[in-house]
Design a protein around this ligand. Structure first.
Ligand SMILES: *Cc1c(COP(=O)(O)O)cnc(C)c1O
Length: 435
């Protein structure tokens, strides 16, 4: 059970049969109890492979391109690269990272609708040909710095505009103009990309509009002599199999009508959360506690526990690994580390805060938890999407340790699917983990 290092860990713990992720979390909690009780992250690499299997069986025609911004930890990049995914990079840093992991530039798309000049040059130098573009200013930058680029035009969708409250992408109205400008500048256009966020309420309608618009753009492009062959339907997959099937139901008939397989159009999607959300759990320590009693019981001269509400501070908050909360995402209630639980204990309304004493630093507004003590541990699952670069640079402690694990059974399946330690995963070493 070695593997406690201060640098981001490149060790994978191989769980012997019968060892669960919970055992691993317990093990690290015990280790942490002897030191600083710092928060830590446990990653289950097998979850990436299981999500991939789910993706391939539900939407076999859609090639997954993983948006690096969702979680750029090295193990995620390496596993997804060896499973054969492509990558969506928003900038030069992400593109360099993915290239360093041996991903072929053909499998990289440089997204971002207003790119810094240096990032376009970097793409040209490194043979990354597929770039996203949505306006003329961008088009003229690209034609100057990367004349051999192949463009995917970012088409606006109502659902995306509603989420970001910004005009995003080009509209169908400005489409011919943009295509003609590309023709004039001699830049190749090869397809269309759009994004429908998972918050969208009416998936069938959103995809129906987006795909019929995309078909119009394809037709105009073909008219102007472009070889239009890539359709990218973006992200918006939560990670649940049910939601993936809903999207599939909405999209399949439309693809069959507008972009049938015989058309030769390659269909891509950008599943980010889908792959990584469930693969990471975060364990945090309770560092402060306040009782917010609603009634003072005059008979017992004490607090009536029935009416108690608790406020807890944890050692990480929204300025750390819970930054998603600042972007309006809800953080689900954690589970309590089992040593503090006893069967007959009641549960109380509780709120969970980060360490900063800042009004914004509320992580969970209200949930029901047994009474906790300072020093207890809470475990948040589904923490794989980090808004920013890496766990380590978001944390209040300089580096949040990340422990990578994989079960023996998943590891065999992953090797069957092409993930191998000696080639793709060469930066990792494996240690056996037993209890
Ligand atoms: C972030 C992002 C994605 C992936 O995010 P999901 O959470 O998987 O939807 C895909 N496309 C674009 C344009 C993004 O910005």
């Amino acid at each position: 059970m070695k593997g406690l290092v201060d640098k981001p860990s490149y060790i994978i713990e191989l769980l012997e049969r019968g060892v669960t992720l919970e055992d691993v979390i317990d093990g690290h909690i015990c280790e942490q109890a002897l030191v600083e009780k710092s928060a830590f992250v446990v990653g289950d690499l097998g979850a990436l492979m299981r999500q991939h299997v789910c993706w391939q069986s539900a939407v076999p025609r859609m090639q997954p391109y993983y948006p690096v911004k969702c979680n750029s930890s090295p193990a995620v990049i390496e596993v997804l690269a060896s499973l054969g995914l492509g990558f969506i990079c928003a900038n030069k840093t992400e593109a360099s990272l993915v290239l360093e992991h041996g991903v072929s530039p053909e499998n990289i798309i440089l997204s971002g609708v207003c790119k810094q000049l240096a990032h376009i040059k970097h793409a040209a130098k490194n043979n990354i040909q597929h770039l996203v573009c949505e306006n003329e200013a961008e088009l003229s930058k690209i034609s100057r710095l990367h004349p051999r680029a192949k463009l995917l035009l970012q088409l606006t969708t109502e659902a995306h505009a509603a989420e970001t409250s910004m005009a995003f992408g080009f509209s169908l109205k400005s489409c011919r103009h943009l295509l003609e400008a590309a023709k004039e500048l001699g830049v190749e256009v090869v397809g269309v990309t759009f994004h429908i966020p998972s918050s969208c309420q009416d998936l069938p309608q959103a995809y129906s509009h987006a795909l019929s618009d995309a078909r119009c753009v394809f037709d105009m492009g073909l008219d102007l002599g472009f070889n239009m062959n890539i359709l990218d339907i973006g992200g918006g997959f939560t990670g649940s199999e049910g939601q993936l099937k809903q999207v599939e139901c909405a999209v399949r008939p439309l693809l069959e009508a507008y972009f049938p397989p015989l058309s030769g159009v390659q269909v891509l999607a950008q599943p980010g959360s889908f792959y990584v959300a469930s693969a990471f759990s975060l364990a945090v320590n309770v560092v402060g506690k306040k009782v917010m009693n609603r009634h003072w019981d005059s008979l017992t001269q004490g607090m009536n526990n029935e009416d108690a509400e608790f406020l807890y501070h944890m050692n990480e908050g929204v300025y750390g690994p819970f930054s998603r909360k600042l972007l309006g995402n809800c953080i689900a209630a954690p589970s309590v580390h089992k040593h503090v639980l006893c069967a007959e204990e009641g549960v109380y309304p509780s709120s969970l805060w980060g360490p900063s004493l800042d009004q914004l630093d509320q992580v969970v507004e209200r949930c029901l938890l047994p009474e906790l003590s300072v020093g207890d541990w809470l475990c948040f699952s589904n923490m794989g999407v980090c808004g920013l670069e890496e766990f380590s640079c978001l944390s209040s402690s300089p580096q949040l340790p990340v422990y990578y694990t994989v079960s023996t059974c998943d590891w065999y399946r992953m090797q069957g699917a092409g993930v191998a330690l000696d080639s793709a995963m060469k930066n990792f070493s494996m240690v056996r983990y037993s209890v």
